[in-house]
Write a protein that binds this ligand. Structure first.
Ligand code: SF4
Length: 395
């Protein structure tokens, strides 16, 4: 059954209008390409971290008390290192504070290397409805280049374990555009993923800003020194097209630039990001968005715990977005969706002129980069290839 969430009028997508994101920052080791808020820990402070999340929730007690939550997402890091008891504690605290209706999508990210049936069953009992498994690739060479500890067999086992534990909504992640990867290997990964029969799949190109990340991300350092090179853009685009075609033929429809799902089973949580929803974010490095307010928590686990345990909000930055910034975000995000964006309505809602954009849309349609359907501007596959450039022009 498709998870319950209202429909966003500007995109026509069923999407959480209010979601909660919980970040779990601990991993068994740090992957060389990772720029997420994650840290390798020999001993994960599971109970202490659960307590801190609940304490942060208390510190944010003025945020949307009693509001209905349409999706919860526990991401990381490696949340499947958190025992079900602690996941249950956190979900209980959310239920005490908000209305979490039956059918609410509750996702937990799991790594193939940290998954067993008892653990997955425990998550289900705690109320988790969906698992997102970080497969990334099935090919030994690609996994080795990404520094991932699991192999293709462990990835397949993790999905089978999720099924055995009763999960009927499972997503897997793939990465393409990895140094040394061929188009045929990217295609093979997509074929193997389709064979698993999961309901959802995210496929992202590996991107690393070698300049700004060189200090902390080993692969970015290697890139900046010229020791490795990512495939050229045209090869990455070819990989993306191959992946898209394999997934489409396998019954996974593209609904967002990098996301695919069986009918009705797109991510309600991520849809909040793409449709201007609100989300409360808790945990290390998490970024929340509530109306025009945007905040980001401490990226260091130690600083985060120190702040929360001293009764301080663990934020490292906070800003108020202007109406123009929110409009721009709505355009850039809405055009990522195959359902498209009601651009004229968005212009009206944010007080932006429609006429100059109308002319530009007509041109995009003539050039085969967009179409108009259901009153929305929808990018074509060719349009998605140049999504950022189109969004920038329409903003
Ligand atoms: S498992 Fe994920 S979050 Fe952890 S280090 Fe690797 S890429 Fe980063």
């Amino acid at each position: 059954m498709a998870p319950a969430a209202p429909v966003d009028p500007l995109t026509g997508l069923s999407a959480a209008r209010f979601a909660v994101y919980v970040h779990f920052p601990y991993c068994l080791s740090k992957c060389p390409y990772c720029d997420f808020a994650s840290t390798a820990a020999k001993q994960v402070p599971e109970a202490r971290y659960a307590r801190a999340i609940i304490d942060e929730l208390v510190l944010r007690q003025d945020t949307a008390p009693g509001r209905e939550v349409h999706a919860v997402y526990i991401g990381g890091g490696t949340p499947s290192l958190w025992s079900p008891t602690h996941v249950a504690e956190v979900l209980r605290a959310l239920r005490e504070r908000f209305v979490v209706p039956a059918g609410c999508e509750i996702t937990l990210e799991a790594n193939p290397g940290a998954s067993d049936e008892a653990r997955f069953s425990g998550y289900r009992e705690a109320g988790v409805t969906r698992l997102s498994i970080g497969v990334q690739s099935f090919q030994p060479a690609t996994l080795a280049r990404l520094g991932r500890a699991h192999d293709g067999a462990a990835a397949r086992r993790a999905v089978a374990t999720a099924r055995a534990a009763g999960f009927d909504n499972v997503s897997v992640d793939l990465i393409y555009g990895v140094h040394g990867q061929t188009v045929a290997e990217a295609r093979r990964d997509a074929e193997e993923a389709v064979a698993l029969g999961t309901e959802h799949l995210s496929a992202y190109a590996l991107t690393l800003d070698a300049e700004s990340l060189a200090e902390e991300v080993p692969l970015a350092r290697q890139l900046s020194r010229g020791e490795v090179a990512l495939p050229p853009d045209e090869v990455v685009v070819e990989m993306q097209r191959e992946v898209r075609d394999v997934l489409r033929a396998g019954g996974l429809e593209r609904y967002e630039v990098s996301n695919y799902a069986k009918a009705g089973l797109h991510s309600r949580h991520n849809a909040a990001y793409w449709t201007g929803g609100d989300w409360l974010a808790l945990g290390v490095g998490a970024t929340g968005s509530l109306g025009p307010a945007r905040y980001t928590n401490q990226r260091s686990a130690d600083r985060y715990l120190e702040d929360v345990e001293a009764g301080r909000l663990p934020e490292r930055s906070r800003e108020q977005l202007s109406s123009v910034e929110r409009f721009e975000e709505r355009v850039a995000m809405g055009l990522r969706l195959t359902s498209g964006l009601a651009l004229e309505q968005a212009c009206v809602a944010f007080g932006q002129p429609w006429a100059p954009r109308q002319a530009l849309v007509a041109r995009l349609v003539r050039e085969g980069l967009a179409r108009l359907a259901d009153g929305r501007v929808q990018l074509t596959d060719e349009g998605f290839d140049v999504h950022s450039a189109i969004a920038a022009r329409l903003m």
